[in-house]
Design a protein around this ligand. Structure first.
Ligand code: GDP
Length: 285
């Protein structure tokens, strides 16, 4: 059983179990609609799923395959790369970028890797301070500059330093002020270009952080980021507490991007790799 579903999405799981107890083998379309809505799947996606079902009696197996189909894009393949592996972390302010960077850094460190952080959100002094706090707490070095300085210079210095000192991973924070999109688009594009100058092929992975409690607005923000610089994978945060598990389906379906991890709390260890089979089976078992 997918641990994070049991703990964090317990309300969703309990709701599904009420409308679809395990002894129930087949469902009508009406019942299926209830199951999906109880799982917090967005209504538009529920309609799409229902419209593609032609049987009168829907089995658990059909339901399972339909749910898996909405997560068709969730497999990720790591590209070939020369170390260090450079990741660019993007997303709107408040989505959980800084916290997720700390979680990734913690995970890599646990795996015995040498990790370096780059405080690339030079637009907000608080972002630099917060990332530095995490770095100190995790005993991981961070490259930063003053507020207002060029974020691509921070990215370059971080990668350059990591190469010189034989680091395995570089995780670079970026600005998330989506309300001034043009400037941000140019800034992010430049950061991406400079990463490649510092280390051919970098960034090897551009990861979008999405707040799982934000529904449709998170999806349109995500589309904007994808158009701006191209996203390789997403991490959905805040899937704990009153989180809506069904948003995972809506986000994956709308964006056609792999879900790498889900965030289930504010601590460094609250990051779970996403496996679509475990996720769906956890909901339906
Ligand atoms: P940033 O502005 O994108 O860098 O966002 P932060 O990393 O500062 O996160 C914003 C808030 O969300 C902070 O209070 C975090 O503790 C909280 N947060 C981030 N990820 C999670 C998560 O997975 N679960 C919960 N409950 N809170 C989270």
């Amino acid at each position: 059983m997918f641990g994070f579903i049991k703990k964090s999405l317990s309300k969703t799981v309990a709701a599904i179990k009420t409308v679809a107890p395990k002894k129930k083998i087949t469902f009508t379309k009406d019942e299926l609609e209830d199951i999906l809505l109880e799982a917090d799947v967005e209504y538009a996606l529920v309609e799409i799923i229902l419209n593609e079902i032609y049987q009168d009696k829907i089995t658990r197996e059909i339901l399972r395959s339909k749910l898996l189909a909405t997560l068709a894009y969730t497999s990720y393949k790591e590209p070939k790369f020369t170390p260090p592996f450079v990741e660019l972390i993007v997303g709107v302010n408040g989505a959980g970028k800084t916290t997720t960077i700390a979680k990734l850094a913690y995970k890599y460190k646990q795996e015995g890797k040498k990790v370096l952080l780059g405080a690339g959100d030079t637009f907000r002094a608080a972002a630099i301070e917060q990332l530095t706090l995490w770095a100190n707490r995790l005993d991981i070095p961070v490259v930063s500059s003053k507020q207002g300085h060029d974020s691509s210079a921070v990215a370059y210095d971080a990668i350059d330093s990591a190469k010189a000192k034989g680091f395995d991973n570089v995780i670079i924070d970026t600005a998330g002020r989506l309300h001034t999109q043009t400037n941000l688009a140019n800034e992010l594009k430049k950061v991406k270009r400079i990463c490649d100058k510092a280390h051919k092929g970098a960034p090897h992975r551009t990861v979008l952080i999405i707040d799982g409690t934000q529904g449709n607005s998170a999806i349109s923000q995500a589309k904007a980021f994808n158009e701006m610089i191209g996203i390789d994978g997403i991490i959905i945060t805040k899937l704990d507490g009153t989180a809506k598990g069904g948003s995972i389906f809506s986000i994956a379906y709308a964006l056609e991007l792999p879900i790498l991890y889900v965030g289930t709390g504010e601590q460094p260890e609250n990051l779970t790799p996403f496996d679509k089979y475990e996720f769906v089976d956890g909901l339906l078992d």
